[in-house]
Design a protein. Sequence first.
Length: 256
Amino acid sequence: MCDDAEIDRLANDLRTADRAIALTGAGLSAASGIPTFRGDDGIWGDLFDESAFHVSRFRRDPAGFWDDRLDLYDRMEPDGGAEPNAAHRALAELTHAGVLDAVITQNTDGLHHAAGTDEVIELHGTNARVVCDRCGTRVDAQPVRDRARDGELPPTCGCGGPYKPDVVLFGELLPQESLRRSKELAAASDVVLAAGSSLTVDPAASLPTYRQGGTLAVVNFEPTRYADNAEYVFRADVTELLPELAARVADSEDSA
Ligand code: NAD
């Protein structure tokens, strides 16, 4: 698959790092049956239009927004729900081993939590909750989504305000405290491992630029931004490369 010696070298860098983080994107969850937005089989373009999920559309036409959002859930979520895959589990192991300080994700699918990762920062929010656009109350998404499917468009909070998925829509700011903490972690990290992301959606995707001398490792099928300044570039499947990397970190710790 990849240069064996390079994987060993990265495993060693991770094992000896004082601080390290992973930054993940939709490619992490592709093997769990959730399509990516870009890349082969990406869902933007013919099927969905970004402007349909802009915050201005939600404010103007919350009923139409929810109608399209239900279609997006159908397209994005496999029947029976998605499960974490080997890549999520490998990153969780690396947090348990104290090798990764956090997994910072652009994903909204909750699969890093489901895999038992110790510290997850969900920079783009989560599909597991909705938030009232008037009073700010956050509740579990599932019952609200069920009401929307039964025809309540838009589903509303007790205060009368429309619920919004608790994710960062196009045109919205990222949660500022999560972004601040992510930048701080990136700046302090000896290794930033960017996996399964096209690294195109700022500001999350530009986190690698905050590192101060730390090593950047990229694992992605396609070319990404920042690859020119990356010490490691693996054109590999995250579900193969990350478990292999976690195994080698564990081996090197056993033999240390
Ligand atoms: P992206 O869709 O722009 O890019 C995903 C990248 O992953 C592509 O470059 C693709 O080549 C690569 N990839 C796919 N499968 C892979 C695999 N098995 N191994 C290695 N690489 C693989 O995703 P992004 O960079 O995360 O940015 C897009 C935005 O999409 C984010 O804001 C995110 O919130 C949102 N999104 C989230 C989900 C999710 O929660 N699972 C799914 C789709 C999109």
